[in-house]
Ligand binder design. Sequence first.
Ligand code: GZL
Length: 323
Amino acid sequence: MKRILLMACILAVLMLTACAPTPAATLETYDDMIVVGFSQVGAESDWRNANTRSMQEALSEQNGYRLIIDDAQQKQERQITAIRNFIHQGVDYIVLAPTTEKGWDTVLAEAKAAKVPVIIVDRMIEVEDDSLFTCWIGSDFRKEGDEAVGWLAQHFGEKPLRIVHLQGNLGSSAQLGRTQGLDAGLAQHPAWELVYRDTGDFTQAKGQELVEALLTQGIQFDVIYSENDNMAYGAIDALKNAGLQPGEDVTIISFDASHRALEMVMAGEISFDVECNPLHGPRVQAIIEKLEAGGKPPKLTYVEESTFDAATITREIMDGRGY
Ligand code: GZL
């Protein structure tokens, strides 16, 4: 039924725009395809771009999918509009990479009423009724934060540390989990001092801006705990412009472990990087294929992730990781 509605919408659009291709030919290409509407956060980071590429490669036409991607430019209200459009278009599945944890109940209830299954990827959502989404696959962000704090404790023990904290998008589970990890570490290590905390929105520009301002004010610090690689890139540029050597004058902790960041780990500029794996495309494809076969995927799936520092990173590891 949904595909008929989708075909009708496309026919209407084609008739209105008097497109050159024969509507029937265009419609047939969707007839035996699985149509997926993907509401993506944005294009704010290497991680996000790798995540989008992974979805495009897995949910490709040659694999039998018609993938419609909406870029929300990090705004939840644009994701809500996109989800409503997907429902109206009659897609077979909705994949949501949520900007923040809260505020999804109403629009997901509309998807449920329209019998469109919703798969959540990456960050988590918080809803009153978990039947509003079919399943979630993503990372354990608190564990990621604990890994970073464990490395700091192992390398510095009870040495006094002045820590600058660059947070991601406030309210996103990536930010919440990684911040909880640092807060637990601060409580456990009285010699550690949080000298500054603000959000850099996971972007390189904002990361650089925040650290430049600290340096201009003469704030002294030993560690930058950056909740993603792109903010770490910006922080590193700011340190270098001020004549400081990242990884030596200032310890840099980062998250995502994208290829560019691992080059910096190998160069000794990023001291420790916690992987946050973005390659959800094949995982979502496997979930959809299970659902299409009448199966029931697990409600929650945490992906395996690792960590990297100068002692563990190798060229072979880097070249074999896919992002
Ligand atoms: C984490 C993901 C975060 C990345 C950032 O799963 O949501 O968003 O850590 C990205 O790089 O912008």
